[in-house]
Design a protein around this ligand. Structure first.
Ligand SMILES: *Cc1c(COP(=O)(O)O)cnc(C)c1O
Length: 353
């Protein structure tokens, strides 16, 4: 695997790109794989690694797929892109469209998009529309507009998204020297679990790995259609990035689960927020709430002693904690303001937990 160059160039031989595909890039990919010693101590797993996808240019893994998708849209002569989004797809589409000189429209569920993501989409110059409804409602609308030929759909039903996102699995194999025993990952629209599995299967087939990991996906309790076996009409969770009731990649997520001998399970909002605080406070890694679902799932299985034969684990931290300042602030004590004297500041420090 070439060590440098843009994602499209580094992985060109594994991607559906041609010499004519524009080498669009904002520096996506090559995100840190960080060891998590406190999680190892707590769970008893020998090696726990965090794939910190919040270090991508717009702060989430969506950039890996979006760079390929927008480059292919350019190659095919498209002048505009559209997506439905819980926030991160919108931020990523808006950034790459800006870079590529395409127009971009994003359709969001009103009131349920984290502030940072909304701010990014606006800053990057997208046309931002909020609908009174869920992500699933927004998704139905953009599919209709795209089918009418109004713009290229850049949600993860666009196969180039999955192609770009699978590169994260290649990077994991490259850094660890092989695939891990298990991958823990949040599941929303289920594109990412699909992409990682495709990447691991190709890595094993292509000699980048000797084995394939078991895939463990986690949905929030109030938005767990795959676990419950039926769409959820009004999904609810603090983890807005996985607040999805009818995932587009449902079937391929189930296939990844079954072909890998893994599982797709539920974590509660409390477990998600506990893991979110643990990651920031004990590992120094600030991810967004949805990302912490992977670690919440690992901790839950550790408690249930359901990690037999699992010695090396990768948890995907899908997005950056700064995306959702409101959730972070709502969990922390209000800021104490004191006089600028050593005595007052010392007393204030001691008064805090
Ligand atoms: C998009 C997203 C997810 C869910 O990924 P899917 O491919 O929709 O399953 C999880 N976490 C974050 C931060 C995301 O942006």
């Amino acid at each position: 695997m070439p060590a440098d160059g843009c994602l499209i160039d580094r992985f060109a031989s594994h991607l559906p790109v041609t010499p004519r595909t524009p080498r669009l890039t904002l520096g996506e990919g090559r995100t840190p794989l960080v060891r998590a010693p406190r999680l190892e101590a707590e769970t008893g797993v020998r090696e726990v690694w965090l794939k910190v996808e919040g270090m991508n240019p717009t702060g989430s893994f969506k950039d890996r797929g979006m760079v390929v998708t927008v480059a292919k849209a350019m190659e095919e002569g498209s002048t505009s892109v559209i997506c439905a989004s819980t926030g991160n797809t919108a931020a990523s589409a808006a950034a790459y469209a800006a870079r590529a000189g395409l127009s971009c429209a994003v359709v969001l569920p009103a009131g349920h998009v984290a502030l940072g993501k909304l701010t990014q989409a606006i800053a990057f110059g997208a046309r931002v529309i909020a609908v009174r409804g869920s992500f699933d409602d927004a998704f139905v609308v953009v599919k209709e507009l795209a089918a009418a030929g109004e713009a290229t759909l850049v949600n993860s039903v666009n196969p180039y998204r999955i192609e770009g996102q699978k590169t994260a699995a290649f990077e994991v194999c490259d850094v660890l020297g092989d695939a891990p025993d298990a991958l823990f990952i949040p599941v929303g629209n289920a594109g990412n679990i699909t992409a990682y599995w495709k990447g691991f299967v190709e890595a094993a087939a292509g000699g980048m790995a000797t084995r394939r990991p078991r895939m463990f996906g986690f949905q929030a309790a109030g938005a767990a259609p795959i676990v419950r076996g039926a769409p959820v009409a009004d999904p609810q969770t603090v983890a807005t990035a996985i607040r999805i009731g009818n995932p587009a990649s449902w079937k391929s997520a189930v296939a990844a689960r079954d072909d890998s001998g893994g599982a797709i399970e539920i974590v509660t909002d409390d477990e998600i927020l506990d893991a979110y605080r643990f990651l920031a406070g004990c590992e120094g890694v600030f991810c967004e709430p949805a990302s912490a679902a992977s670690v919440a799932g690992l901790r839950q299985r550790a408690k249930r002693r359901a990690l037999d034969g699992v010695e090396r684990v990768v948890c995907v931290l899908t997005g950056n904690g700064l995306k959702d300042p409101d959730t972070a602030r709502s969990l922390s004590p209000s800021l104490s303001e004191v006089a600028p004297t050593a005595a007052d500041v010392r007393a204030a420090i001691r008064a805090l937990p």
